[in-house]
Design a binder for this molecule. Structure first.
Ligand SMILES: Cc1cc2nc3c(=O)[nH]c(=O)nc-3n(C[C@H](O)[C@H](O)[C@H](O)COP(=O)(O)OP(=O)(O)OC[C@H]3O[C@@H](n4cnc5c(N)ncnc54)[C@H](O)[C@@H]3O)c2cc1C
Length: 367
């Protein structure tokens, strides 16, 4: 007899798992999502006014070092060459991001070569900080006051809604500077954007007779699970337990949409470092598909804020109080015999698409 599985959430975690389990041929799968569309936060749609493919929940660029994950995703789409080159505006000047040799030379008005730049930055680093206690100290110990104030202080404060001294030093693990002119935002070996958008990948993945997709369907404590042998849950772990130990902290983002003729900013993503500018970045989505042409353009100013019960949880804050609650929730999960929690919300961690896919591929082998 075939097993019956329920998968909650049709983002990459749920969809990959459904696809893999279905191909094995020994189960029937129902996948539900409370949203009206597939794809979770990776969902893309065509903007009616401009025709541009828009990443509704923020720009998504596929990137990975894992060849198996890359090959797997590419079996559902034509992945187009794309490299993310981000700029940052600070005090009316535009700089290259992540901080690289170009940024250093621009910012300090120099023409240093890699070795000279390394020595120069080393000379700026705050050597009095031997054991950084927080994000700010970590940054100062790496790059010194000027670069930190310009490119980290205001941006980080806007993004996290607190002083960088309140954030963990571990957020900035390595020296955030490149001593060459490489401005490719992601360091991954494989990078790209699917020609037909991300949603088309999900449609292909879930197009299988053993998979039933039900959108606009929410899972909660009252959901009837009797007929299922196992439930895979990719929703928020605190929501599953009806916030018994309190809500886990998240930052969320919201967007202000604008439409223009031609080209609005000449680049897919421009960050804004000044604290006085309320948004963190502007994304102009037609630049994510440089192989297409559009007369009009649509762009989004991105703002960051605390998450209220009505907002979509985006970035887990993982402060000490959150981690305490998480541990309690995880202890409860461990006692559930026929449930598996996976994906970014169910594990309360920031995960890129490739990590979520890798996790789901591995998990599917156990069922
Ligand atoms: C702004 C932003 C930009 C990003 N950019 C990149 C990028 O460039 N590259 C990259 O690799 N990754 C990026 N990511 C990360 C990427 O979005 C995640 O890796 C991916 O979405 C995780 O997939 P998931 O299935 O775990 O979660 P999600 O995509 O969030 O899917 C979970 C789904 O579960 C549904 N759900 C939740 N609870 C319930 C419930 N109770 N009942 C029914 N349905 C429910 C939700 O509606 C949702 O559709 C970005 C994330 C953000 C926030």
């Amino acid at each position: 007899m075939k097993k019956k599985y329920l998968i909650v959430g049709a983002g990459f975690a749920g969809a990959v798992l459904a696809e893999r389990l279905a191909r094995k041929g020994n189960s029937m799968i129902t996948i539900i999502d409370e949203r009206e569309h597939l794809g979770g936060n990776s969902y893309t749609e065509t903007d009616e006014e401009t025709g541009v493919t828009v990443h509704k929940y923020g720009p998504h660029i596929f990137n990975t070092n894992n060849k198996a994950v890359w090959d797997y995703v590419c079996s559902f789409c034509e992945m187009m060459y794309y490299r993310n080159r981000v700029k940052i505006v600070y005090k009316g000047n535009v700089y290259s991001m992540p901080i690289n040799l170009h940024t250093i030379n621009q910012f300090f008005g120099k023409a240093l070569n890699p070795k000279e730049a390394r020595l120069f930055i080393d000379g700026l680093a705050d050597k009095t900080i031997t054991n950084p206690a927080n994000f700010e100290e970590q940054a100062l110990s790496f790059i010194g006051e000027d670069l930190y104030r310009a490119f980290f202080y205001g941006y980080t404060k806007k993004q996290w809604g607190c002083e960088p001294t309140e954030l963990a030093a571990s957020i900035l693990k390595r020296l955030p500077v490149r001593f060459n002119y490489d401005d490719n935002y992601y360091g991954s070996i494989y990078q790209g954007i699917p020609r037909d958008g991300f949603t088309a990948i999900f449609e292909k993945m879930l197009d299988h007779p053993a998979i039933e997709v039900r959108l606009n369907e929410r899972f909660d404590a009252g959901y009837d699970t009797k007929e299922y042998d196992h439930i895979f849950y990719t929703g928020a772990i605190d929501a599953f337990f009806n916030y018994k130990y309190g809500r886990l902290g998240y930052r969320t983002v919201y967007f202000e949409r604008g439409v223009d003729e031609g080209d609005y900013q000449g680049n897919p993503v421009i960050n804004y470092a000044d604290e006085a500018i309320p948004y963190t970045r502007v994304h102009e989505h037609k630049h994510f598909t440089p192989w297409e042409n559009f007369d009009k353009t649509v762009y989004f100013k991105e703002y960051s804020k605390e998450t209220t019960p009505d907002d979509i949880p985006y970035y887990p804050k993982r402060l000490a109080e959150d981690m305490g609650k998480l541990e309690k929730y995880q202890q409860k999960v461990a006692k559930l015999s026929n449930y598996t929690f996976l994906g970014r919300l169910a594990t309360y961690q920031y995960m890129n698409m490739d990590h979520v896919i890798e996790e789901a591929l591995k998990l599917s082998e156990r069922f």
